[in-house]
Design a protein around this ligand. Structure first.
Ligand SMILES: [Zn+2]
Length: 296
């Protein structure tokens, strides 16, 4: 609980500063790892060992024993990926509507807003990775499973357009359960919208790196997540469209071992590389540097 409060208070501060400072690079990011009080424990779902949460956070939310990657919140992801004090959040003020008048949907969104202190399941902004400028977007699977509703789709599109406007490379970390059921056709429409925005980026010859994290499924996999010029994934991340049980029931066959994991789809040629979280920042830096445009 303490850690959540810490994240929440930090989010509030970050939001406050971002509003005032606009485009300027100002200290927004404070690595918070060392402030976490001791005595809180985290259990690894893979090896069942228990570790002090402090150690897990220090280890970038990777199990110190078996290297299982824990789910990371958007804010944690940013703090471990971008240079300190470089992230400037963009795209505020979107309000999630309830276009199909689904019962309880408004309340659900409100609850998630309170729990995560995010407006929606996606944040983006300007950032630097080892001094390489880029636009970075991160999905948060703690907000309604990172599902893509109208606001997430719009913000993803805006982040693409922002990268286009700034002529910067774009990196998106995906983590999503797919399109948001409660918004029906409106969330499905986001797939076409984000994809066509990426087409514009492609025409401009700008780099888009998609990083798939656990889990990336449904409409997100079927749209921008798989449209990266370079597609990376975290070890053992679940990546697929429909869940394995649905597929098994449909085709009435048992599925091969490791089906829909990052390693499996790498073998099948769907992605370019599986990157350990400890190596992610370095890998992204190399890719950005390699593709950096020469200024005339
Ligand atoms: Zn473990």
């Amino acid at each position: 609980m303490k850690r959540e409060q810490l994240i929440a208070s930090f989010e509030k501060k970050k939001r406050f500063f971002s509003h005032i400072e606009g485009h300027q690079k100002k200290p927004l990011y404070q690595p918070k790892t060392l402030d976490v009080p001791e005595g809180l424990y985290e259990k690894c779902s893979a090896c069942k060992n228990t570790f002090r949460q402090r150690d897990v956070i220090k280890n970038q939310l990777v199990c110190p024993h078996c290297h299982n990657h824990f789910r990371a919140r958007a804010i944690d992801r940013l703090s471990m990926t971008v240079d300190a004090h470089t992230f400037v959040e963009k795209g505020f003020g979107y309000i999630t509507l309830n276009p199909l008048f689904q019962e309880g949907y408004d309340q659900k969104v409100q609850n998630y807003k309170k729990q995560t202190n995010l407006d929606e399941a996606y944040i983006y902004g300007y950032a630097e990775i080892h001094s390489q400028p880029c636009v970075i977007g991160v999905m948060d699977s703690y907000f309604m499973m990172g599902s893509m509703g109208s606001v997430v789709g719009e913000k993803v599109t805006k982040s693409i357009e922002y990268a286009l406007y700034k002529k910067l490379p774009l990196i998106i970390f995906t983590a999503s359960g797919g399109a948001r059921m409660q918004e029906g056709i409106y969330s499905l429409m986001q797939m076409a919208k984000t994809s066509s925005a990426l087409r514009k980026m492609d025409r401009q010859g700008l780099l888009f790196i998609s990083v798939l994290t656990h889990p990336t499924t449904g409409g997100v996999t079927a749209s921008f997540a798989m449209l990266g010029d370079i597609i990376l994934a975290e070890p053992k991340a679940l990546v697929g469209f429909a869940g394995p049980r649905v597929i098994e029931q449909t085709i009435r066959q048992s599925l091969p071992e490791g089906f829909q994991t990052a390693e499996f789809i790498l073998e099948k040629g769907m992605i370019d590389k599986v990157v350990h979280r400890h190596e992610m920042k370095k890998t992204l830096y190399r890719l950005l540097k390699m593709h950096r445009r020469r200024e005339n």
